[in-house]
Every structure is written in structure tokens, then in C-alpha cells.
Design a binder for this molecule. Structure first.
Ligand code: ADP
Length: 306
């Protein structure tokens, strides 16, 4: 499979502060790649380097087989970058904002008008096209920001934390846009600190923390390899941790206990049997879905939200 992006050994410092310490990953053509990490992990810095907005101190980035430092102009024609900050003119309409961005990307005249109506349709805001941006919600502005990055039909779309601080409806729209782009063969790079978004959208992921890669690979394989297999148990009036054969570890979780086991179904049967016999009421007995949260916990010993 072809690689749309290769990032090798990126190092970046801001003064004495180290933001990236040897970050490498690659992105397959046509895939949705998730760059996941807590705030301050180095996601935006990585995205800005890939887009040629800032330069790495060392390391290199190839986009569509070309070095970003040598072929920035060629690469820019193929890439749509959606920055974290909203970059729209508040006083003018979405349509006029899109004219401005389209011309900046070299799309003009009739072709630009056609593309504007297509991208407005894609982001679900055709009806608001002529309203000034200051009348839009935060989520709607974000969708127009995405529309602006799509005008020149990029083959790679890079979104830096596109759902931070927006309403659920806009979030769903953004997910739909990403799925649509993927179905058209566009490669997506999606950065976020929301694990559930990566789980919902991405094929391959790289988790970074403190400027270092913690783990990377196929999402499902990572879940299989690192996610804890566990059961959630909630009992009536249970103050002490339950002791159950075959359970490797017990920890407090929500209103009950998280029981780690290699044999989830057998353990559930044992638990149900044990408490039935002792007459203790089981309020909840649930299989925990393997999640990226537990992958992160297994690998770092902390939660992503810490
Ligand atoms: P993320 O996008 O994952 O939240 P960033 O790439 O924005 O992380 O930041 C990585 C680290 O670099 C953080 O410690 C942040 O404070 C620092 N940093 C980012 N931009 C600058 C800057 N312009 N000047 C100084 N430090 C910065």
C-alpha cells in the first residue's frame, strides 16, 4: 500500500521547552489516521510541521513522496489543512469567506462557485451561505473552516482537534464529512484527545505523550494486544472488594468494581453463580468493551484525561 505521509524522527523545541522528541509515523493512502494524545502532547506542533507552517529542528516529512522543505508549494495544492483556530472573517458571509479561501488555493470563477455550493452542501450549511459568520455557532464556524480546506479538492485532509468545544450536532456533521471524504478515497489525518472519536473514525493510530510516541498501529490490533479484558460488577451493600476465583486484579470503578480477567465469559458465570449462592444482590454485571483508554492506561500507568 502506498504511503501518503512519512514522518521521520521529528524533534522540535520552543526555547528550552521540548515539544517533540523523535516522533515518527506513516499514513497509508486512503486511510483515516488518528493522532491521539492529551493536551500538550505535541499534536498541533506535529500538524503544523506537516503543513510547513513551522519547521522541525531535525527530522523530515514526506508528503506524497516529496520532502516538505523542498516541495512545499506542490504539496500545498494536494493538502487541505483545518487548523484548530477558526480563521474566518466574522463580518462577511460564509460564501464570501469561501471565495477568499478558494482564490488563495487557486480556484477561481465558475469552478469556484460550483465548489462553494458543493462544499456548503457537504458541511450541511447551504441554507446559511449568505449570513455573516458572526451569526454562526462555534460548531458551524468550524464546519465552514473545514469547507474552506476542501475547495481545491485535496487528496489529503488534515484536521487538528476539529471537535473541541462544539455542539453534538456539529460533531456528528464533522464525522459524516470525514466518512464521506474517506469513501471518495481522500486520506485523513485527525488529531484529537478524545479516544472515542479515534475509535469511531480511524484505522491506524499513533498515541503521543510528552512529545514521544507511546504506541502505534492498527486500532483493532492495539485493542486486542493492550486493552484490558475486564468486567464491571456492582453489588448491593458491598463495601470490601469481592474475592472471586480467576480474577487477576480488582479495582474500584464508578459505583462498583472493575475485575480484570483473561476469561471474561467464564468469570461472569462464576460471579453470577457465587453471588446467587450467597444471596447478595448483583446490581450490575457487564463486560467492559476494550478501549483506547485502557490501552493508554496499560502503557503509561495514567489515564488520558489526567
Ligand atoms: P497539543 O496539540 O498536543 O495540545 P502542542 O503541540 O500544542 O500540543 O504543544 C506541545 C508542547 O509545546 C506543550 O508543552 C506546549 O505548551 C508547547 N508549545 C506549543 N506551542 C508553543 C509555542 N509557540 N511556544 C512555546 N511553547 C509551545
Amino acid at each position: 500500500m502506498n504511503r501518503t505521509l512519512e514522518v521521520n524522527n521529528l524533534i522540535k523545541r520552543y526555547g528550552s521547552k521540548s515539544a517533540l522528541e523523535d516522533v515518527s509515523f506513516s499514513v497509508k493512502e486512503g486511510s483515516c489516521f488518528g493522532l491521539l494524545g492529551p493536551n500538550g502532547a505535541g499534536k498541533s506542533t506535529t500538524m503544523k510541521i506537516i503543513n510547513g507552517i513551522i519547521e522541525a529542528d531535525s527530522g523530515n516529512v514526506d508528503v506524497f513522496g516529496k520532502d516538505i522543505r523542498k516541495s512545499a508549494d506542490d504539496i500545498r495544492k494536494l493538502v487541505g489543512y483545518v487548523p484548530q483556530e477558526i480563521t474566518l472573517y466574522d463580518k462577511i458571509s460564509a460564501f464570501n469567506n469561501l471565495v477568499f479561501f478558494g482564490e488563495m488555493y487557486g480556484v477561481k470563477g465558475k469552478k469556484l462557485k460550483e465548489r462553494i455550493s458543493e462544499v456548503l452542501e457537504q458541511v450541511g450549511l447551504s441554507e446559511r451561505a449568505y449570513d455573516p459568520i458572526h451569526t454562526y455557532s462555534g460548531g458551524m464556524k468550524r464546519r465552514i473552516n473545514i469547507a474552506a480546506a476542501l475547495l481545491h479538492n485535496p487528496k489529503l485532509v488534515i484536521l487538528d482537534e476539529p471537535t473541541v468545544g462544539i455542539d453534538p450536532q456539529s460533531r456528528n456533521h464533522i464525522f459524516e464529512i470525514i466518512r464521506l471524504l474517506r469513501s471518495e478515497g481522500v486520506t485523513i489525518i485527525y488529531s484529537t484527545h478524545y479516544m472515542e472519536e479515534v475509535e469511531a473514525l480511524c484505522d491506524d493510530i499513533t498515541i503521543i505523550d510528552n512529545g514521544r510516541v507511546i504506541v502505534q498501529g492498527d486500532l483493532n490490533e492495539l485493542l486486542l494486544q493492550y486493552a484490558t479484558k475486564a468486567i464491571y460488577l456492582e453489588l448491593e451493600n458491598q463495601l470490601e472488594a469481592p474475592v472471586i476465583p480467576g480474577i487477576k486484579n480488582v479495582s474500584e470503578y464508578k459505583k462498583g468494581w472493575l475485575l480484570e480477567t483473561d476469561h471474561v465469559l467464564n468469570s461472569m458465570e462464576t460471579i453470577s453463580h457465587t453471588f446467587h449462592e450467597t444471596g447478595i444482590t448483583v446490581k450490575a454485571l457487564e463486560m467492559m468493551r476494550p478501549s483506547l483508554e485502557s490501552v493508554f492506561l496499560t502503557l503509561t500507568g495514567t489515564t488520558l484525561r489526567d
